[in-house]
Each structure stands twice: as structure tokens, then as C-alpha cells.
Design a protein around this ligand. Structure first.
Ligand code: ITT
Length: 189
């Protein structure tokens, strides 16, 4: 089966490609199609992931896989959550995580979780939903250069380091996206 990886985020493209390899599906790059990602107008991960996968599937006639994800920080009232990509209206990952660290300040409650919802939309109208989460803590300073987004400030207790200090395989084994995609693979095996 062919599936278009419906994301404009290169970090997600790499992670999704690595994780779904066992399915044996032919993963196609969105860049090879003359289609635009839709604006994210929903207020839930499920709503936005479905919006993205359905739009790309309907426009191309090929199955599409989308991920909508975010970081929920307890001490900030679970912000930025579904709005993580646009947090503070800032343009780079570094500006966004620095903004988050500044907003959290010396708050002692540094508990946080990443959430990912993966949707696969098929040309016959069927949509599959998978969710994954990982709990951790917000560090006081960024560390590591792997991954993307808020990875340098997300401490993973299982590994004793930040998400940005993990190898791609280690991140996949515990990450929100890795867990959602594992559920997809299990459903197809
Ligand atoms: P697409 O919609 O094109 O897939 P996006 O980056 O805009 O790309 P989202 O709307 O789902 O995707 O925003 C998710 C944001 O949450 C993302 O931009 C990061 O800032 C953050 N995020 C999600 N997963 C992450 C991860 O594994 N590591 C670090 N930050 C992550």
C-alpha cells in the first residue's frame, strides 16, 4: 500500500519513516505532490490530525498519514498543547522553548507530557486513529541536539536525559509518536 506522510515538519517525516518501516508500506513524500496542508482549525489533536490526513487523501486519492501533537506543561495549565507549533507566535523551535522556559520560570511543578494522535485516512473513506503519550519533566536549561521542537527541554526519566540526547531509535521506543505508531503497526499485524 502507498501512503503519503502528510506533514510539513521534516522532524516528523524522519520519525514516521523509521517507525512505520515494519509495515512494508511505500511511504511517499508530501513534497512530491502539488497539494497544500490545510490550516489547523480544530481544538483537539484528533480533529487536527483528521483534518490533515483527510485533506491530503481527498486531494490525491492516495492514503495519507498525519500526526497532530503537542507538549502539555502542568505548571502552565497544560499549555501549549494543541497550539505547540504556534506557541508565542514565534518562528523557531529555539525561540519557542526559550519562551516556555521563561514562562515557567522557577515554578516547582515541572511535570509535562507529549501527546501524539496519528490518523491514517484511506480513499474508501475509512479513518484510523491512534494515540500515544509520554510523561516527563521540563528542564531548567536546554540540552542535546537530536530530535526537534521542545526535545531539548523535555527530561525523560526512563533514560535520565532529555529527548534531544536520545538516538532516533531510543526516542522512538518511548516517545508519544513512537507509541501511537506502534499501535498502528500492531493493528496491521
Ligand atoms: P504538521 O502539522 O505539518 O505535521 P507541525 O509541526 O505544525 O507540522 P503540529 O501542528 O502537530 O505539527 O505541532 C506539533 C508541535 O508540537 C511541533 O511543531 C513541536 O513544536 C511540538 N512537538 C510535537 N512532537 C514533538 C516531538 O517529538 N519533540 C519535540 N516537540 C514536538
Amino acid at each position: 500500500m502507498q501512503v503519503i506522510i502528510a506533514t510539513g515538519n521534516p522532524g516528523k517525516v524522519k520519525e514516521i519513516g523509521l517507525a512505520i518501516a515494519p509495515l512494508g508500506w511505500e511511504a511517499l513524500n508530501l513534497k512530491d505532490f502539488e497539494v497544500e496542508m490545510p490550516e489547523e482549525t480544530e481544538t483537539t489533536y484528533e480533529g487536527n490530525a483528521l483534518l490533515k490526513s483527510r485533506a491530503i487523501c481527498n486531494a490525491t486519492g492516495i492514503a495519507a498519514l498525519a500526526d497532530d501533537s503537542g507538549l502539555e506543561v502542568e505548571g502552565l495549565g497544560n499549555v501549549p498543547g494543541v497550539y505547540s507549533a504556534r506557541y508565542g507566535n514565534l518562528n523557531s523551535d529555539q525561540e519557542r522553548y526559550e519562551h516556555l522556559l521563561a514562562n515557567l520560570g522557577n515554578n516547582q511543578n515541572r511535570r509535562a507530557k507529549f501527546v501524539s494522535v496519528v490518523v491514517v485516512s484511506h480513499p474508501d473513506g475509512k479513518d484510523e486513529f491512534y494515540r500515544g503519550e509520554v510523561e516527563g519533566f521540563i528542564t531548567r536549561e536546554p540540552r542535546g541536539s537530536g530530535g526537534f521542537g521542545y526535545d531539548p527541554i523535555f527530561f525523560v526519566p526512563e533514560f535520565g536525559c532529555t529527548m534531544a540526547e536520545l538516538t532516533p531509535e531510543e526516542k522512538q521506543s518511548i516517545s508519544h509518536r513512537g507509541r501511537a505508531l506502534k499501535a498502528l503497526i500492531e493493528a496491521h499485524s
